[in-house]
Design a protein around this ligand. Sequence first.
Ligand SMILES: *Cc1c(COP(=O)(O)O)cnc(C)c1O
Length: 469
Amino acid sequence: MKFTNLDERIHVVHPDSDSWKIIRDIAESGVQEEPFYVFDIGDIVHKYKEWKLKMPRVEPFYAVKCNDSSTVLEVLAALGTSFDCASKGEIMKVMELGVDPSRIIFANPTKPASHIRHAAAMGVDTMTFDNETELHKIKSLFPTAKLVIRIRADAAVAQCQLGMKFGCDANTEAPRLLKLARSLDLDVIGVSFHVGSGCGDPPAFRRAIASAKMLFNAGENLGYNFRILDIGGGFPGNKNSSIHKISEVVNAALEDYFPDPGLVRVIAEPGRFFVASAFTLATNIHSKREIPAGGETTSVMYYINDGVYGSFNSLLYDHAHVTPIPLKNHSGKLYPSSVWGPTCDGLDQVTEMALLPLMSVGEWIIFEDMGAYTLPVASPFNGFPLPKVHVIADETIWYMLKDHLPLTEDHFVLGGTPNNLRLGLDIAGNEVMQDWSMPSLCHQDSGSSLEDTSSSAFHFDYVEVGPIN
Ligand SMILES: *Cc1c(COP(=O)(O)O)cnc(C)c1O
């Protein structure tokens, strides 16, 4: 793989820098108009460390659908996570990074036949099911697959419920399905669930783990020896959130129901947790309407250049709520304000009501926590392009990750000065294909230079690396 698009390179920035500083710098350059993201890979590294600290027994399999950006996948693969893929395309994307098929779970309980065949051909042999038809399909297409039964275990409160679509009833359906699997001579190896994405009900994990234990016993009575417990996703990922409460519930339930780590491997499929806070979106006000009454402005409508057909599709599909933050400091009166996307659809509203200072056309509105369920779903409807992503890492993160495959030195650009960052911008809306071997891009005091990166190829040889702690 050759890097032709500068946006895919990771800019190494000074340790004092952060997403807000970079945004300020790009936005205030005066030449940027299109919306853009700043993606700090250090944020993912911190999340990984938090996970290891809080739930040391639970191995994360990142849910690719949440954000399938190559850099997200590369960073997580370098850190040593495994992956939850839902389709042939996701399996291909992860395996292209050199990830071993044993580090993938095909966690879609309803799989098209061709995708099952593809998994079989690639050696991805662990997959979930929650119905009888799927068992017969797997029997004919991939009879040696290792199966995980998915049970329904809904949280009382969740941002997105999944139970109406997936998961069989643990008491009524699951025992029957396990009997059928046994009679088909299929290899069932464990139990999975997903309490719902953005879980607001931590005890749901305990209830689900208790149900799983019951099925481990049912499996044993049928002659199975289950060894995988998959506690799914649902973990929060925004800046002001923590997995602390859920981790306490999970750890205690594991201690009570599955005390022996030697007997049962516990995995999870976090999506949102790893990526939500790593992405910050900067949007530009291109139009506004002040609503007058009695000779005074009573409320303001701002029109920005990203909306519900773009990044903010998460408002519709992910039931997200976002907070507009003016980039510029304002003092003075706050006005009831609404924020609208750029398309001609009346549905294209980003926030219905927020108290905001009076801003001018050309000013920037920032949205944090925009990494989960945003970009993979966005469309350029009505001719409005999707925001570019500027990837940054501070020097310590760069030093830690640069030799951990699939990341290599070639993924990084040293000298993340304001000018270098701006070079990655696509002001005219064209593909930027610059030569990165320009001397000005070399880091002043590192002594290393990025000579002729145009000829440096990405190597696929994958070397297993232990997780970084
Ligand atoms: C979407 C999904 C996930 C990720 O859920 P989060 O709430 O983002 O952690 C995990 N597993 C499965 C099967 C999913 O469909």
